[in-house]
Write a protein that binds this ligand. Structure first.
Ligand code: 13P
Length: 347
C-alpha cells in the first residue's frame, strides 16, 4: 500500500539535520568495510568488537557538533554493553539515528569497470521496520568511477534511477532520504574532469528525482566535493575546490534542498576540514541557498579508530580524539576553521 508522504515532517527533519555548526557522522560501514577498517588496526571484526567501537563513539557528548548518525542494520538492532539499545545512546543526546538501506555496489551488466547499487527489492517493507526501530532518515550510496571512457551515460542513468526510487520510497515512509551519488576521487584525473562528471551526475540525479516525484525540500544531498583525483599531480587548492564545487551545485541543485552534506571520500582529515571551510566561507560571501555541512565517515573516525586500537584502556583517549575532530569539522562547517586547531591536544 502506498502512503501519502508528510512533506512538513520530512522538511522539518531534513532541516534539523543541518542546523548551523552541526553535521552527520557516517558510521554505517557494511560488514566488509568495517572488517577492512579493523584490519588496518589489527582488530578482528566480531559483533562484539563492532559494538564496542561504535559504543565508544556514540557515548561521546558530541551533540554540539553532530545532529545525526547513519547506522548499519546490525547497529540499529544492537544493545550496548549495559543492555540499553545502542540507538538510545544517540537519542538521549538529541542525536537522530539514520540507516543505510542500500545493499552495496555490484558490477553493472554490460559496462566494464562500472557499478550499480542494489537493494530496491523489499525496500518498502524494510523501511517500515526501520521507522519502527527509531530511524528518522535513510541513506543510499551510488558510486561513479572516473576512468578511461567512463563513466558512461548508461551507468549514470542506472544509478540515478535507483537513487530516485530509493528516495521516493523513503519519503513515502516519512524517512528523509540522503541521496548520495559519489564520484570517486580515485585516479589521476584533473579537478575539471571531476567537475564535468559531477555536473553530469547531479543533472541526471535531479532529473530522476523529479520524475519520481521526490519532494526536494524533504531530502538531503550527499555529494563529493569537486576535487582533483587522489593521485593527480598538482592537486587543486582549497579555493579552487570551493569555487568549482559551488558553481557545480548552483547549476544543478534546486534551492529548495535544505542541505548538502559532503562525504569525505578518502580525503585526509585535515584536507576535508580545510576544503569544507573554504566552501562555507565562499558560500557565505556568495549567498548560496543551502546549508553546506558534512556527513563524514573516514575523516571523522580514522584518528579515533587508530587511538582506540581495539583496547578498552584506550576508550577515553579515542573519545577525546573523536570529540576534537568533530569540533574541528563543525568549525569548518561554519567557515571558522583555523589550522592552529590541529595543534591543540584533545582536552
Ligand atoms: P566517507 O566520508 O568516508 O567518504 O564516508 C561517507 C559515507 O557514508 C560513504 O557512503
Amino acid at each position: 500500500m502506498t502512503q501519502p508522504k508528510d512533506i512538513k515532517t520530512l522538511s522539518e527533519t531534513a532541516q534539523a539535520l543541518v542546523p548551523p555548526a552541526k553535521g552527520i557522522l557516517a558510521a554505517d560501514e557494511s560488514s566488509g568495510t568495517i572488517q577492512r577498517r579493523f584490519q588496518s588496526i589489527g582488530v578482528e571484526s566480531t559483533e562484539e568488537s563492532r559494538r564496542d567501537y561504535r559504543e565508544t563513539l556514540f557515548r561521546v557528548p558530541a551533540s554540539d557538533y553532530i545532529s545525526g548518525v547513519i547506522l548499519f542494520d546490525e547497529t540499529l538492532r544492537q544493545r550496548a554493553s549495559d543492555g540499553a539499545p545502542v540507538v538510545d545512546l544517540l537519542t538521549r543526546q538529541g542525536i537522530m539515528p539514520g540507516i543505510k538501506v542500500d545493499a552495496g555496489g555490484k558490477p553493472l551488466a554490460g559496462a566494464p569497470g562500472e557499478m550499480v547499487t542494489e537493494g530496491l527489492d523489499g525496500l518498502r517493507e524494510r523501511l517500515a521496520e526501520y521507522a519502527q526501530l527509531g530511524a528518522r532518515f535513510t541513506k543510499w550510496r551510488a558510486v561513479i568511477t572516473i576512468g578511461l571512457g567512463i563513466p558512461t551515460p548508461y551507468c549514470i542513468d542506472a544509478n540515478a534511477h535507483a537513487l530516485a526510487r530509493f528516495a521516493a520510497l523513503s519519503q513515502e515512509a516519512n524517512l528523509v532520504p540522503i541521496v548520495e551519488p559519489e564520484v570517486l576521487m580515485d585516479g589521476g584525473h584533473s579537478i575539471d574532469r571531476c567537475l564535468e562528471v559531477t555536473l553530469a551526475t547531479l543533472r541526471e540525479v535531479f532529473y530522476q528525482l523529479g520524475r519520481h516525484r521526490v519532494a526536494t525540500e524533504g531530502m538531503l544531498l550527499k555529494p563529493n566535493m569537486v576535487v582533483s583525483g587522489a593521485s593527480a599531480a598538482g592537486r587543486a587548492s582549497p579555493q579552487e575546490v570551493a569555487e568549482k564545487t559551488l558553481s557545480c551545485f548552483m547549476e544543478t541543485v534546486p534551492a529548495a534542498v535544505p542541505g548538502i552534506v559532503f562525504l569525505s571520500g578518502g580525503q585526509g582529515d585535515v584536507e576535508a576540514s580545510v576544503n569544507l571551510d573554504a566552501i562555507n566561507r565562499l558560500a557565505a560571501a556568495s549567498g548560496a541557498p543551502w546549508q553546506l555541512s558534512f556527513s563524514f565517515g573516514r575523516s571523522l573516525q580514522s584518528a579515533a579508530l587508530r587511538a582506540w586500537g581495539g583496547r578498552p584502556e584506550n576508550v577515553e583517549r579515542a573519545q577525546r580524539v573523536f570529540l576534537q575532530r568533530a569540533m574541528q569539522t563543525s568549525a569548518a562547517r561554519r567557515g571558522a576553521y583555523a589550522p592552529e586547531m590541529e595543534q591543540t591536544a584533545p582536552a
